[in-house]
Design a binder for this molecule. Structure first.
Ligand SMILES: [Zn+2]
Length: 287
């Protein structure tokens, strides 16, 4: 499931490909995504130029020249591919496999040789269009907590927010109304780097741990973006894969392996917290 870094990597790729280009035609192959694709999308977005690409939490915002903005969510398996001169480009290194055409749901035609394809196996993603001035107050965006990479997400914000919250640290980081964009993978990684037990109640964090946690939230997310981004730099077509995103994980999916922290030597354990797999070091995160 794409989390903030994966969505940001897609955004940066799109920025390179679609800025300033006119959407000449939108083909809707299957309108039944998480929300039915509104006919308005075609009517409002066709023949408009792409002015900017932004990201809010896990949402992609594609701003158009007629003061409308396309809101796109990748759901669980949504992927964007660019077809340029008959060559397929992935917009994220996160995509491991080539796509099957039967899961293509809509296509933006920029011109004869440049096409954007939205592919989504499980169809939990969606696309909507809003007047740009109304995007911030739409139901998807208005209740989101601060973006973890924004200045608003800082120690002061945490100190103000956590005293009344009875959640453990892991569920807190994954609750979009407190901080938006972090999912299961990065929550595990952030908590490990901060040497906090995933079960620790968030109101029990010391001031020192809070500032360490805020620092590590930003550090881990930036690291993941940079790693994804490094594969964009020499943006290769399908078949040009290199590296492996998962090699970067410190705890996620590393059950039974040794902790990567120097001089720790603990083993990574797996437990379930609110039905989500949680990986932590049995020694350094035992607090
Ligand atoms: Zn450890």
């Amino acid at each position: 499931m794409p989390e903030l870094p994966e969505v940001e990597v897609v955004r940066r790729s799109l920025q390179k490909f679609i800025i300033g280009k006119k959407i000449k035609k939108i083909e809707i192959l299957n309108k039944n995504l998480r929300y039915k694709i509104d006919k308005k999308l075609k009517k409002v977005a066709e023949n408009q130029k792409v002015v900017s690409t932004k990201r809010k939490s896990k949402y992609l915002l594609i701003e158009l020249s007629n003061k409308h903005t396309i809101l796109l969510h990748l759901g669980m398996t949504g992927k964007i591919f660019i077809l340029k001169n008959n060559k397929v480009f992935k917009t994220s290194f996160y995509y491991e496999k080539l796509f099957y055409e039967k899961h293509n749901h809509f296509i933006f035609n920029f011109n004869k040789s440049e096409i954007l394809i939205y592919n989504d196996v499980r169809k939990f993603g969606f696309i909507k269009i809003f007047k740009t001035k109304n995007v911030k107050t739409c139901s998807h965006i208005k209740n989101l907590g601060p973006d973890p990479l924004s200045e608003q997400f800082n120690s002061e914000y945490m100190k103000r927010t956590i005293p009344k919250i009875k959640k453990n640290i892991k569920n807190f980081l994954m609750d979009q109304k407190y901080v938006s964009g972090i999912g299961n993978i990065y929550a595990n990684e952030i908590i490990h780097l901060s040497t906090i037990s995933p079960r620790k109640k968030v109101y029990n964090l010391s001031a020192k741990k809070i500032s360490l946690l805020v620092k590590n939230v930003k550090k881990i997310l930036k690291e993941a973006i940079r790693f994804g981004g490094s594969s964009i730099k020499d943006f290769r077509g399908i078949g040009g894969d290199k590296g492996n995103f998962q090699q970067k994980f410190r705890v996620y999916n590393r059950e039974g392996c040794t902790c990567k922290k120097k001089a720790c030597g603990g083993l990574i354990k797996k437990i379930y917290i609110s039905n989500r797999s949680s990986f932590f070091c049995s020694i350094c995160q035992n607090n």
